[in-house]
Design a protein. Structure first.
Length: 114
C-alpha cells in the first residue's frame, strides 16, 4: 500500500476547510483516511497561526515510513521547516494508455548515418 499525505476538503460551498490526512494514495480525495494530521483554513489571514496547524511528530513519522506528500502539502511543510529538500514527483500519465508503434522501429536501434 502506498501512502500519501494530502488535503481532504471539508466545509461548505464557498467556505473551504481542509484536513491534512495520511491516506492510501489509491483512495479518492474526500474518502476514508488512516490518520488526521492537521488542518488548513485558507480563509484566515496568512499571518494567523491557526491557518495551517499540524502534528509535526506524526507528519515526520509518516514521511519516515515512506508516505509521499502532495505538491501542495510539500510546499506547506517546506515553509514550516519540516522538510527541506524539494521532492521529485513522477508525472501521472494522461490518457487511456500508451500508443505503441509497430515492430521493426522499436526492435532495431537507428543506424548511424554514413
Amino acid at each position: 500500500m502506498s501512502t500519501a499525505l494530502r488535503f481532504s476538503r471539508g466545509g461548505s460551498k464557498k467556505n473551504p476547510y481542509f484536513r491534512l490526512v495520511a491516506t492510501d494514495s489509491r483512495s479518492p480525495r474526500d474518502s476514508k483516511f488512516i490518520e488526521k494530521l492537521g488542518t488548513y483554513n485558507p480563509l484566515l489571514a496568512k499571518t494567523d497561526e491557526k491557518r495551517f496547524t499540524f502534528n509535526a511528530e506524526r507528519v515526520k513519522y509518516w514521511l519516515g515510513t515512506g508516505a509521499q506528500p502532495s505538491e501542495t502539502v510539500a510546499r506547506f511543510l517546506r515553509a514550516t521547516g519540516v522538510i527541506t529538500a524539494k521532492p521529485t514527483y513522477v508525472a501521472k500519465a494522461k490518457g487511456t494508455g500508451s500508443k505503441k508503434k509497430g515492430g521493426a522501429e522499436e526492435a532495431a536501434p537507428a543506424a548511424p548515418a554514413a
